[in-house]
Design a binder for this molecule. Sequence first.
Ligand SMILES: [Zn+2]
Length: 100
Amino acid sequence: MLKEPVVLLKKICQVDNHHFSIEWTDGCISKYRLSTLQQQCPCAGCSEARKQGALSVDEDVTAVRISSVGRYALRVQFRRGCSAGIFDFSLLRYLNKELT
Ligand SMILES: [Zn+2]
C-alpha cells in the first residue's frame, strides 16, 4: 500500500481576531477564518446539524485557544458555539483548498 507523504504542522500564527494561519512542513501556508472552521466542525453533533441545515455559527466567533492534538490534529476552543471538534491535518488541508 502506498503511503501518503506526511505533512506536519510547523507553526500556527494568529492573524487577527477572526483568522489564523498554519505553516506546514512542506512550505504551504494556509489561512482560516474561525467561523468558517467552526461551520465545518467534524464532531457528531455538528455533522448531524449540518446535514439538516440547522448548524448556526456566529460569523464573529473568536477563539480562546488553538492547540495541537498529538501530531495529527488541532483543537480550537471557541468563545461561543461548539468546541468539540478535532480538526485533523488532512481535513485542514482539504478545507484550505475548498475555501481559498
Ligand atoms: Zn461540533
